[in-house]
Ligand binder design. Structure first.
Ligand code: NAD
Length: 309
C-alpha cells in the first residue's frame, strides 16, 4: 500500500474497542459498525454511550472492560492527559492481548503522543497516532483525513479501518508525526485566518467593499483556504460560516486548543513562531471572551471591535 492513500484492503472484520464516543468518536464508531466491524465502546457520558448503542455499538461498563478480545483499540478523547491516564494508570494497556494495535485519533500534544507510543511499546503492543481533520460533518460522512505517526506496519494494519472512517490517510512518519502534521497545518490555518480577517477590516476602513477585495485576493497571491472556502465576512462565499452568524464549522475553542498545542511545541523546540504564538493568544482571548462556540472565522469580529476603539 502506498503511503498517502487509504484504499480499502480486504473486508476483514475486526473487533474494535472504541473509547470516547463524543461528537467525533460517536459517528466514527457508527461508521465502523455500518461497515460490518464489531465495535465495543465506552464513554464516561451516559448520553454519548446511549447514542453509540443506538448506532450498533456494544456497550462496555468501563474502558478497561471494552478491551479484552479487541484487535484494535481506538481512542477519541479530549486531550493527552486523558489518553495517558487510560493507557498507563487505568489499566487499558494491561487489559489488552499482546500485540493489540492502539490507535489514538485524539488531537494531543506531540510529547504526550510520543509518551503514549512508548507506553504502548513497553506493554508489548503496537501504536499509531492518527489525529483527524474534517470535523463532525467529516466524521459523520466518513470523509475524515487521518494524519498518522508510527511504523509502516502499524499504519498498514490500521488502514482498512481508517478507510472506513475517512477518505484519506497520510503516513507522516514515526511516533508523534501525525500530531506534528496536525498542529503545523492548523497553525497555518489559524495564522492565515487572522491575516485574512485583518485585511478585510483594513479594506473596510479604506472604503473597499468585501466583494472587491475578495474578487482580487481570491485570484491573486492572497489566495488561501481561509479566504476562498471559509471567508470571514458574509457575502463572497455563500457557504462560509459568516453567512449563518458564524455557527461552526470549526469552533474557535478547538482552534484555540490546537494553536495552544502548536505554541507549546514551538516553545519546547525553540522555534521562532512569532505569528503562530500571537495567533494562539488571539484565539485564547477570543474563546474566553464568549467566542468559543462560534466558528473560528468570527475572530474578524474581535479585530473589527478592537479597531473601532
Ligand atoms: P467530545 O468532548 O465531544 O468527546 C470526547 C469524549 O470523550 C466525551 O464524550 C467524553 O465523555 C469522553 N471521555 C473523556 N474521558 C474519557 C474516559 N476516560 N473514558 C471514556 N470516555 C472519556 O470531543 P470531540 O469533539 O469528539 O473531540 C475529540 C477529539 O477530536 C479532541 O481531541 C479534538 O481536539 C479532536 N478533534 C475534534 C474535531 C471537532 O470538530 N470536534 C475536529 C478534529 C479533531
Amino acid at each position: 500500500m502506498v503511503n498517502g492513500s487509504a484504499e480499502t484492503e480486504s473486508p476483514e472484520t475486526r473487533t474494535v474497542a472504541f473509547i470516547g464516543l463524543g461528537n467525533m468518536g460517536g459517528p466514527m464508531a457508527a461508521n465502523l459498525v455500518a461497515a460490518g466491524h464489531r465495535v465495543v465502546g465506552h464513554d464516561l457520558s451516559a448520553d454519548a454511550l446511549a447514542a453509540a448503542v443506538d448506532s450498533g455499538v456494544t456497550p462496555a461498563a468501563s474502558a478497561v472492560e471494552a478491551v479484552p478480545g479487541a484487535d484494535v483499540v481506538i481512542t477519541m478523547l479530549p486531550a493527552g492527559r486523558h489518553v495517558l491516564a487510560l493507557y498507563r494508570d487505568e489499566g487499558l494497556l494491561a487489559a489488552a492481548a499482546p500485540g493489540t494495535l492502539f490507535v489514538d485519533c485524539s488531537t494531543i500534544d506531540v510529547a504526550d503522543a510520543r509518551a503514549a507510543h512508548e507506553a504502548v511499546a513497553e506493554a508489548g503492543h503496537r501504536g499509531l497516532d492518527a489525529p483527524v481533520s474534517g470535523g463532525v460533518l467529516g466524521a459523520e460522512a466518513g470523509t475524515l483525513t487521518f494524519m498518522a505517526g508510527g511504523g509502516a506496519e502499524e499504519f498498514a494494519a490500521a488502514e482498512p479501518l481508517l478507510a472506513v472512517m475517512g477518505k484519506r490517510a497520510v503516513h507522516c512518519g514515526d511516533a508523534g508525526a501525525g500530531q506534528a502534521a496536525k498542529i503545523c497545518n492548523n497553525m497555518i490555518l489559524g495564522v492565515s485566518m487572522v491575516a485574512v480577517s485583518e485585511a478585510f477590516v483594513l479594506g473596510e476602513s479604506l472604503g473597499l467593499t468585501p466583494q472587491a477585495l475578495f474578487d482580487v485576493a481570491s485570484t491573486a497571491s492572497g489566495q488561501c483556504w481561509a479566504l476562498t472556502s471559509n471567508c470571514p465576512v458574509p457575502g463572497p462565499v455563500p457557504t462560509s460560516p459568516a453567512n449563518r452568524d458564524y455557527r461552526p464549522g470549526f469552533a474557535a475553542a478547538l482552534m484555540a486548543k490546537d494553536l495552544g498545542l502548536a505554541a507549546g511545541a514551538a516553545r519546547a523546540s525553540g522555534v521562532d513562531a512569532t505569528l503562530g504564538l500571537r495567533a494562539a493568544e488571539l484565539y485564547e482571548e477570543f474563546a474566553a471572551a464568549g467566542g468559543a462556540d462560534r466558528d473560528f472565522s468570527a475572530i474578524v469580529r474581535a479585530i473589527r471591535a478592537r479597531s473601532e476603539r
